[in-house]
Each structure stands twice: as C-alpha cells, then as structure tokens.
Design a protein around this ligand. Structure first.
Ligand SMILES: Nc1nc2c(ncn2[C@@H]2O[C@H](COP(=O)(O)OP(=O)(O)OP(=O)(O)O)[C@@H](O)[C@H]2O)c(=O)[nH]1
Length: 590
C-alpha cells in the first residue's frame, strides 16, 4: 500500500486548488476581458457611427423636405409658374433656416425660365436670388432679396450669363431622365472649397406633362468640418464615402478633391495618400472588419446611411486595438495581481492548515514510533491549537504515563519473581544434584561437576584424580541389621569421607553404596594419605558396633590431563575397584 504524508495530503491539494482557481480565473477573465475589450471597441464605434449617422441624416433632411414641399405646392398651384418672382421670395425665405443649403431653384419646362435662391457654401453673407428672365429672356442675373417684390436691385458685382438655358444643365437633365426625384453627382462648388450635392424633382401636371424641375443643393463642407471636430481616440478615423469609395468627408484634414488645370477629381479611399484609408477601401461591405497596417491592428466597421430616393452613403469608423487594450491593460494588471493574491492566499491557508494539523500530527507520529514512552511523555502540553489534536496529544501523554507506571511495576515484579526463581532454581539444582541420605552430590551432581573439574584441571594444568569406593559386604549389613541401620551406615561413611577431604574436593554418592571422589590440584601422596586416613578412621572409630565397616578403593591419578575422557577415567577406576573387591576388599588399588 502506498502511503501519503499528511502534510502532502493537505498542501498538494491546496496548491493544486490554488493553481486551478488562479488559472481558471485568469483564463475566464482574459476571455471576458477580450470580449469586453472587443465590446468596448464596438461600443465606441457604434457611438461614433450613431452620432455621424444622426448628424448626416439631420443635415441632409432639408434637401428632401424642401424638394417635396415645393413639388407638392407647385403641383397644386401650377399658376405660380406664371410669376416666378413669387417663387424667388419663397425659395429665399425657405433657405434662411438652413445655412448650408446653397441653391433652391426652379426651371420651367415650357420656356426655360429659371429662378433661384443662391447662397455661398460658407454662410449667409452673399445670400441673394437670381433669375434669367428679369432683364431679358435668357440673361441670368443676381438680385438682392426684396421682402416686398422678392426680386430686388440687381447686384452689380455678380456675373451675368447670357442665354442661360437651365434645361441643358445636369440637375434638369437628371430629373427628366429619371422621371422622378434624382440625386446629382457630388462635385465641388465652383470657386469654393466645398463639395456639394443636390436633389432635383420633376413636377408634372395631371396629364403627366412636365411643368418644371425644381432643385435644391447643400454644401457638404459642414459634414467634413463635423467629422474633423469629433474628438476621436488617437489613431482613429471616421469617413463618409460613397459606395464606390469616393470620399465625402473625413476626420483627417486631407483634401476631398483635386483640381489640376481645371480638371477636378474626387479623392477616393482606394487611392488615398493615407495607407490606412487605402486598406479600408478594400473592405467596403457593411459590417465589422479587422485590418492591419504597419503592424497596427484596427477594428473597423462600415455602416450604410440610407438617404431618401435610393441614395446610400457609407460611414466608416476605424479604431486601433491599442486604444481599448491600453484602456484594459490596467485592469489586466490588477487582475494578475488579484489572481496572484488568490493563489498565495489559498497556498497560505493550505500551509497554515498543514502547519496547524500536519506538524502536530507528525510530532505525535514521531513520538509514538520512537519506541519510547518517554518521547510521548516529552510532548509539549500545548501541542496544537486544534482541539481534537490537543485532546489526542493529552490522551496519548496520559496513556504513556499510565503505561510507564504499569511497566515500572511490572519490571519490579519481574525482578522480584526472577530473583525468587533464581533462588528456587538454585535450591532445585542443589536438590537435584544432592543425595538426600548422605548430603553428598548424587550421580547427577557428579555428572555435572566432574566434567567441569576435568576441564578446569586441563585449563589450569593441574593434576586430576578420580577415586571410586564401595562399602564391603553391605548387603550383609542390610540383611543382618536392617535397612535403617544400613542407611545410618551410609550416612556415617559419607561423613567420614567429608571429614577427610578439602572443601573444594567433590564427593558424590555414585551408586547404592558406592562413592566417587573428584580431586583437582592434589598430589598423589596427599591423596593416598587422606585415603589411608579414611580407612584408619573407619577402623579406629567403628560406625556400627555390630560389625566393622570397610571400604574398597579404585583410584586413578593424572599429574596432567593427556587426552583422557571422563568416561575412560571412570571405566579405569571401576576396573580398579572391581580388582580391589576381587582381591580381598578393604584396600586401595591404583
Ligand atoms: N540400607 C540400604 N541399603 C542399600 C542402599 N542402597 C543399596 N543398598 C544395599 O546394598 C547392598 C549391596 O550389595 P552387593 O551389591 O551384593 O554388594 P556387597 O554385599 O556389599 O558385596 P561386595 O560389594 O561385593 O562387598 C544391597 O543389599 C542393597 O540393597 C541404601 O540406600 N540403603
């Protein structure tokens, strides 16, 4: 089973969570920002377009209003055509509210009479009327407006045109050709720095006979001034153009037409000196476009303006991406900081949780796994501020303290019990190696100690002697005096033997009435002396009054151990004892 550390379990998910949250917020916000920025750009474009659209629509409205107003009036009052002076006054007064309306004119179809209200494109200073019938037919002259007679004093400074037949003029021909209201081409006014456009209306009688053509025109310089007056963001453009790309007005202060040697040519977007407008000319379909010029990207929209009588103009607005990207860059930076803060906060919370939970639990874990109750006892009382962990720590400390006491008691008891067992073992060992009747070692005692004695002698280069002695005719003692007397005799013999040997010498009851002596580091002479003394004592101080007790001895003596096994030695003393028994008893054979 793969194990995971608690700290890792807390920190890693938190860090992953923080990274996930941060990335999600960042990506989501970036997408949102991107949408917002596009929307900001579009919103800006729409705003400009709406303003231009409203302005153009409002600016151009008088043309159709005046055209329709006069067409309807004259259609219903064809008799007015008999006195064109009345119309001179009417046209002059109609032009007053509209400073950019340059001409309101009328030409009769039958005889080519012509009357107009004329004004320079830039204001009211030279507003007057003109006719081609006042002095003599066909002579076009300018007159001051007279509020009573309408056609007042002739203006000497204005030129006079002979044989002026309006029916040959484009405004007249356009209307007649179309048979309905017609727009004129946009052309510059002669002698004025302004483009102009006109609307001409054929007026018919009830039999659809052409009575007259009424026309009106407006100077477009105001639209150009208006576009230049709009406060645009840096690098932005607004233009008003015809669908073929010919410019009508633009926010840049460039000429809208050229006049080379009297040849007038409109400036078109397609051949404009500004590369951005040239690029814009490639996409004149209504809608949103993206263009790029010299590494600068633009959001660009074309919106058609539908004027009356089938005329369409285009409004183009371009704004550089940098505009709204700059606007939003501060927000993006703020967003980055915010994302970083969220990331750091979540990671910090994870670390704090890891610290408040993970660290104390790790300390608990280390203490518990240290194989020492003392480590648990040494844990601080304020292990953690988390209640459950604090409680766990306290509980473990309590358990450790209790266990420590129990162990201490247990150790004491074990020590006591061990000591007792040791004593008991010693007693048992002694009992198991001691002959009950004589108090000497028994056969088991002999087996254990004789081997040790042999090794000690070999190690210390000491002499080693083995003596086996047997009570003579002991069966006779038992048989004649009884077993209890026999036992008493055995006990007495043992006592005699003990009395004649050193404390380090081992004396064992080897068989029923057989005794084995093991002696290390004793001279053969001394040994012999001691054995003789035993015989002497038994002889001098009889154990039993009824009969003497004698012993037969088999003895083997080694001044140094030379590859002799104990079994060999025992066998040797046993044969010698047998020899003593067979040769009269009460003797020592060695
Ligand atoms: N009372 C008493 N008799 C014992 C004890 N152990 C052995 N005996 C007796 O010792 C006698 C030994 O007899 P034997 O082996 O014939 O030897 P013996 O009569 O001493 O003859 P030799 O050894 O040849 O001199 C037996 O009668 C045993 O019953 C004991 O613990 N108490």
């Amino acid at each position: 089973m793969k194990l995971v550390s608690l700290r890792g379990l807390i920190v890693i998910p938190f860090v992953l969570l923080a990274a996930l949250a941060g990335t999600t917020i960042y990506l989501f916000s970036n997408v949102t920002l991107s949408n917002v920025s596009d929307n900001v750009g579009l919103h800006y474009i729409r705003e400009v377009e709406n303003r231009v659209n409203d302005r153009v629509t409002a600016f151009m409205a008088p043309l159709s209003i005046l055209a329709e107003l006069n067409r309807d009036a004259i259609t219903h009052h064809p008799e007015w055509l008999d006195n064109l002076d009345l119309l001179a006054g009417r046209f002059y007064e109609q032009a007053i509210p509209y400073p950019y309306v340059t001409f309101i004119s009328l030409a009769t179809a039958a005889d080519g009479r012509y009357v107009n209200s004329t004004r320079a494109p830039f204001g009211t200073t030279s507003h007057h009327v003109a006719t081609n019938y006042t002095s003599r037919p066909g002579q076009l002259e300018a007159f001051e407006y007279d509020p009573i007679h309408y056609v007042g004093r002739r203006i000497e400074s204005e030129p006079v045109y002979e044989n002026y037949d309006p029916r040959t003029r484009p405004f007249y021909l356009d209307a007649v050709r179309k048979g309905d209201t017609a727009w004129s081409r946009i052309t510059p006014y002669y002698g004025y720095q302004s483009l102009g456009v006109g609307l001409s209306v054929p007026i018919y009688d009830t039999d659809r006979q052409l009575l007259a053509v009424m026309a009106t025109s407006v100077a477009l310089v105001a639209l150009d001034s208006y576009l230049q007056s709009i406060e645009l963001v840096d690098g932005a453009f607004v233009f008003l153009a015809e669908p073929n790309g010919d410019l009508i007005a633009a926010s840049s202060n460039d000429p809208l037409y050229t006049n080379v040697d009297g040849v007038v040519q409109r400036v078109s977007l397609v051949s404009h000196q500004n590369p951005i407008l040239r690029e814009a000319a490639q996409q004149l379909e209504p809608g949103i476009h993206r263009i790029e010029v010299a590494g600068e990207r633009y959001l660009y929209n074309i919106r058609p303006i539908e004027l009356p009588y089938g005329q369409t103009w285009l409004i183009g607005v371009m704004i550089p991406d940098a505009y709204y990207q700059n606007m939003l860059s501060d927000f993006s930076e703020g967003l980055l900081v915010m994302v970083a803060m969220i990331f750091i906060s979540i990671a910090l919370v994870g670390s704090l949780i890891a610290r408040f939970i993970g660290v104390p639990i790790m300390r608990l874990n280390n203490a518990v796994n240290a194989d020492s109750l003392r480590q648990i006892g040494a844990l601080p009382n304020s292990l953690s501020h988390v209640r459950e962990i604090h409680s766990l720590g306290q509980g473990l400390k309590g358990m450790a303290s209790e266990l420590s006491d129990i162990l201490q008691n247990l150790e004491q008891k074990v020590a006591q019990r061990t000591s007792q067992l040791k004593d008991e073992n010693e007693v048992l060992l002694e009992q198991s190696t001691t002959d009950e009747l004589t108090g000497l070692y028994n056969r088991r005692g002999f087996n254990v100690l004789s081997e040790q004695a042999l090794q000690r002698a070999e190690h210390d280069h000491e002499s080693f002697a083995l003596v086996l002695c047997d009570i003579d005719h002991f069966k006779h003692v038992n048989d004649s005096l009884g077993h209890s007397v026999g036992d008493k005799a055995l006990h007495a013999v043992a006592k005699v033997l003990k009395g004649h040997f050193r404390s380090q010498d081992m004396i064992a009851r080897y068989g029923g009435e057989e005794f084995m002596l093991v002696l290390v580091g004793i001279s053969q002479q001394e040994l012999m002396e001691r054995l003789q003394n035993v015989r002497q004592t038994l002889s001098n101080k009889p154990i039993l009054q009824e009969m003497p007790i004698t012993l037969s001895f088999g003895m083997t003596y080694l001044a140094s151990i030379q590859d002799m096994s104990l079994a060999d030695l025992i066998h040797d003393v046993d044969s010698k004892l047998y020899q003593a028994k067979n040769t009269g008893r009460d003797k020592i054979i060695f």
